[in-house]
Design a protein around this ligand. Structure first.
Ligand SMILES: [Zn+2]
Length: 556
């Protein structure tokens, strides 16, 4: 029988070298190959699902195509649902003789437990399927947990109030409440959890797909307890509600199948209020694969071609929250860090990458980017990632590294790709260095992706027509968002990149050296087929991926 690893090699997900490494590592550290591949190597979950279906001779199910009827959902109690969370499995069909389950992580243990459960609870046979973990969790979230979470949270709140009424020294309900809030946030794919307290109430918001949503409110009476519980967990001073504080902690949500890093920021506000934001960095949710980010295949091929070269500077630009880090990390993954020496200097290190030596900037400890970069050069690197080029010194060392045979990746805060060249010059960088190192600039934004279940094709409105016309697009029909149950009424699910890119080669040496204004760079780039950000956005509109409104929102 073929193992998971061999099948993943056949599928082209990992290479032989990686498998060999995984096998050795699994033996030496006492973990299964599956765990090493998933948790250590970030192998994408859909690939793992497909491969484990082959290994265990199970069928694969696409849960996004399954309709969960009310009857089905109602035939399970909250205790049943707890078991589903524990096993990472979800029921999707009950028939006369059997119950169909989709499991995220197969294994004898899961199969045995589910078989026992189905037989005892329903007197039926188990039919076991495999599905990607995110689908299993989404189905659990969408159909089984929503009421589960709300009722659990309500229960913890009233218990917490009860503790307060009795003036208990310890409020045992608050940590449970916090766990439930975090688990709910992780399951609903939120990137940030906001708790905003004033003298009137505590409001709870989640940022999902880039937009803030109000979730619920809590009585302000329990706020001091919640506030100090969060702070305690994140290594802050729990009693201090006067100063701005930062911290972080690691959280393992319901399924126990993954680890989430939480970065916390607490800010005192007027009227004895306080605002706490928890940024949720879910390492398992992001697979850092270039093909998954939304680049068009011809552009991807172009990027790959540039990455073939062993040295040079590659820049990704865009405002905060435009997905620059994800793109850079995906480039690193593409570069097969298990067979190269890869070093990064980041502020902060947001995700841990396998085989990459990541260094966190710490100004107080004297770990500043330019200085670490210099030590990197003595550390036998092939690839260096500099989180952001902010000052001349950092830029100069980065260029020096790129000039001396290393591949250097970084970000710059410019709105478009051509400006990156001029920004470097404005920083005082020698134009000759720029001309001899700069190989690629990608400027990007993120737009929301239309929900495929409810998007609606219509003739463009007059403002859309005007925007399209200005960019020389002529579309008879465009898609508009509508909102359905599957997208929680938002009309959008997930995000994709909208980008522009310019590649430079030896032939552009003079252009780069001489360029004095952004327009100079644009003119040169246009000759090579450069298309601005907006063009890419509208191309995605024409393909029904997003709306004109979204492109306008992020590209202006
Ligand atoms: Zn929808």
């Amino acid at each position: 029988m073929k193992g998971l690893g061999e099948i993943l090699v056949e599928m082209g997900v990992i290479d032989e070298a990686m498998l060999e490494l995984a096998v050795k590592e699994a033996e030496s550290i006492g973990r299964s190959i599956e765990e090493v591949l998933v948790l250590g190597f970030f192998v994408p979950e859909d690939a793992v699902a497909k491969a484990s279906a082959a290994v265990f001779d199970c069928r694969l199910v696409d849960l996004s195509q399954v309709s969960f009827s009310e009857d089905l959902v109602n035939s399970f109690t909250p205790q049943d649902v707890e078991k589903f969370i524990y096993l990472g499995a979800v029921p999707f069909e009950v028939s006369e003789k059997s119950v169909k389950f989709a499991a995220a992580k197969l294994g004898l243990e899961v199969r045995m437990q589910l078989e026992k459960y189905v037989r005892r609870r329903f007197g039926k046979e188990l039919e076991l399927f495999v599905a990607p973990r995110s689908q299993v969790e989404k189905a659990l979230n969408d159909y089984f947990l929503r009421t589960g979470f709300s009722s659990a949270i309500e229960r913890y709140v009233s218990e917490a109030l009860e503790y307060e009424k009795q003036a208990a020294g310890v409020n045992a309900a608050v940590p449970l409440l916090l766990d439930a809030l975090l688990t709910e946030a992780v399951y609903s794919r939120a990137t940030d959890l906001h708790l905003v307290a004033d003298s009137f109430s505590v409001r709870h918001f989640l940022r999902i797909d880039g937009l803030i949503r109000y979730i619920r409110s809590f009585p302000v009476k329990i706020w001091p307890r919640i506030s100090s519980a969060v702070k305690q967990r994140s290594g802050m001073d729990p009693g201090d509600r006067i100063h701005v504080q930062d911290g972080h902690f690691t959280f393992i949500p319901g399924t126990g199948l993954r680890r989430v890093n939480v970065r916390v920021s607490a800010i005192p506000t007027a009227d004895e209020g306080e605002s706490i934001v928890m940024r949720i960095l879910d390492e398992s949710r992001v697979s850092f694969r270039l093909p998954a980010l939304g680049f068009f295949s011809e552009d991807l091929a172009f990027v790959y071609q540039i990455l073939e070269k062993p040295h040079g500077l590659i820049l990704v630009t865009g405002p905060t929250g435009s997905g620059k880090t994800t793109t850079l990390y995906s480039i690193l993954q593409h570069l097969r860090p298990h067979s190269r020496s890869v070093l990064t200097i980041e502020d902060p290190v947001e995700y841990n990458l396998p085989f990459v030596r990541q260094v966190q900037v710490n100004r107080r400890a004297g770990r500043i980017p330019a200085q670490i970069l210099r030590s990197f050069l003595r550390h036998d690197p092939d690839v260096i990632l500099v989180g952001e080029i902010r000052d001349r010194e950092t830029a100069e060392v980065a260029m020096q590294a790129a000039e001396t045979g290393h591949l250097v990746l970084s970000t710059l805060h410019t709105n478009d790709a051509p400006s990156a060249v001029i920004r470097l010059k404005d920083m005082g960088i020698d134009p000759i260095s720029i001309a001899s190192t700069l190989r690629l600039v990608i400027a990007q934004r993120l737009v929301r992706v239309l929900c495929p279940h409810c998007k609606k094709q219509e003739p463009p409105e007059s403002w859309e027509r005007a925007y399209l016309k200005e960019a020389s697009f002529d579309l008879e029909l465009v898609y508009h968002e509508r909102g359905c149950e599957l997208c929680s009424g938002q009309g959008f699910i997930g995000r994709t990149v909208v980008y522009e890119l310019i590649g430079f080669s030896e032939a552009d040496y003079e252009v780069l050296r001489r360029a004095k204004s952004v327009q100079d760079v644009v003119d040169a780039a246009k000759e090579k087929g450069y298309k601005p950000l907006r063009f890419c956005g509208l191309k995605k509109v024409s393909e029904g991926v997003t709306t004109v409104g979204e492109v306008m929102r992020v590209c202006g």
